[in-house]
Design a binder for this molecule. Structure first.
Ligand SMILES: [Zn+2]
Length: 479
């Protein structure tokens, strides 16, 4: 069911006011990872809460307690839980977003003040920190509700909200908050939620809207090798002792080959083969290897076949070597033999892999490989952190509704994408509510979410708002 014409007209005629409101939001420097800005994050939470209340949305601010950061005990910004409508005849959609942002300084290379939203009339870009990540999408939802309120039309669904202010800093306290709310059952505000929609990622390119149905997980390790009692001089000890760095380089070279294949037995094999239907999704995607090479800033794609490249990023695990702690890395020619060295690597996981399933495979393999070196040094494998992958069913009505909304607004069929990275709250919602979760991106691949000169295209903000509204109508009409 398409959204009423009065709704889309309202969005068009109020575009300037919506952009002004986005400017108000961008002006609040809600940087969650900077202790000096914590008060601004709380101000931003209160501002957003005020906006929600003005639109008739009932809210509660959940106190997530305090945490230690940069040597201080800091109040965590509140989670905002909201509800609008409780009609048992309508579906209930839970919407997630985050009101905190990444740090930004003019001196990082911004062409304009990061906290003043600049409307570039020539390019149509709305430039400012948080424009696309994630204040623009949050305000997109508010625009939809404002239109309905002022036009006096009933919302097609009941809506629940979950907004947080710590996403860019580990989402501290949020998982517990969501689980608590779900546990309350009938007395909780998430009771009766039929599906979840998260707008906090991006199209695969700058041309075609996307729907995202998967995220990779991660398992991060350090191989620690010790032996000598202190750093040694190669003139005195070269060819005299077992050197930790030599052992480590051997081990790190045995983890992944130059084509990206993971050499730890059992890890690549754990992934079920793709079927024909899935293959079609990759073939259809508006994407070329040029896109990836442009994004990478070099002609370095592993294959010239786009399906192979896409599957490598979206449906296969990957192993990357990140760095060596304790290695000599300065300029010059220091002739040191480091005594203690840690090789960092991580594996991006896909279903059915979990950190728990891959840790024993990593341990067994590295121990066997280390034994082959006949070294008198000691090796220890440290598991540093991890998270599970997620994949949703794209045939679910939640995805169908979003597809129809995109087709109605953009006159284009969306790309179905899986992200190579992770958004941990996705899994929390999927597991604690047991409902379908959809990632419905508003911005484009070149928005520069965590980078300098972050922007949201005006058309993505305005047409994107129409997509969000139309999506709710399609959900309301879904069987
Ligand atoms: Zn974000």
């Amino acid at each position: 069911m398409p959204a009423p014409a009065s709704f889309t007209n309202y969005i068009d005629t109020h575009a300037d006011a919506f952009i002004k409101r986005l400017g108000d939001a961008v002006a609040i420097q809600s940087i969650s990872s900077d202790a000096r800005r914590r008060q601004d994050v709380i101000v931003m939470g209160n501002w957003l809460n005020g906006q929600l209340n003005e639109l008739g949305i009932e809210t509660k601010l959940v106190d997530l307690g305090t945490h230690e950061m940069q040597g201080q005990t800091l109040q965590l910004p509140p989670a905002i839980i909201g509800r609008l409508g409780s009609d048992p005849a309508k579906k209930t959609v839970l919407i997630y977003g985050h009101y905190d942002v990444q740090p930004a300084l003019k001196s990082d290379g911004w062409k304009t003040d990061p906290f003043t939203l600049v409307v570039d009339e020539d390019s149509g870009r709305l430039i400012g920190r948080g424009s696309t990540d994630d204040k623009g999408p949050i305000l997109g939802w508010l625009n939809v509700i404002e239109a309905h309120k002022n036009l006096g039309i009933a919302m097609p669904v009941n809506v629940r909200f979950c907004f947080e202010g710590m996403e860019e800093n580990g989402s501290e306290g949020l998982d517990e908050c969501i689980q608590e709310e779900v546990k309350k059952g009938k007395d909780g505000w998430f009771d009766g939620v039929d599906c979840v929609c998260i707008s906090d990622n991006y199209w695969l390119n700058t041309r075609t809207p996307a729907l995202t149905y998967g995220l990779r997980g991660i398992a991060y390790f350090s191989i620690n090798i010790t032996g000598p009692g202190q750093d040694l001089h190669s003139g005195l000890f070269g060819r005299t002792v077992h050197e930790p760095m030599t052992d480590l380089i051997k081990l790190m070279s045995k983890l992944v080959d130059n084509n990206g294949d993971i050499l730890i037995p059992g890890i690549d094999d754990m992934v079920p083969p793709h079927d024909e239907e899935e293959l079609k999704l990759y073939r259809k995607m508006d994407y070329t290897t040029d896109d990836i090479e442009e994004a990478a800033g070099g002609k370095v794609a592993l294959s010239s076949d786009k399906t192979t490249v896409l599957m490598g990023r979206m449906r296969l695990p990957s192993l990357s070597l990140h760095g060596i702690q304790g290695a000599f890395s300065d300029v010059g020619c220091k002739t040191v033999i480091p005594a203690k060295i840690g090789g960092k690597f991580s594996i991006r996981l896909v279903p059915p892999q979990t950190p728990e399933k891959v840790i024993p495979l990593v341990n067994t393999y590295l121990k066997a490989e280390f034994a082959k070196l006949n070294s008198k040094n000691k090796m220890e494998i440290e598991y540093l952190h991890g998270g599970k992958p997620w994949v949703a069913d794209v045939r679910h009505w939640n995805f169908e509704a979003a597809k129809k909304a995109i087709e109605a607004v953009y006159k284009k069929t969306p790309d179905y994408t899986r992200e190579g990275g992770s958004i941990p709250v996705t899994l929390t919602f999927a597991e604690s509510l047991g409902v379908n979760v959809l990632l419905l991106p508003m911005g484009r691949a070149d928005d520069g979410a965590h980078s300098t000169n972050e922007k949201l295209d005006r058309s993505n903000f305005i047409e994107g708002t129409k997509v969000l509204g139309t999506y709710l109508y399609e959900v309301g009409a879904a069987a």
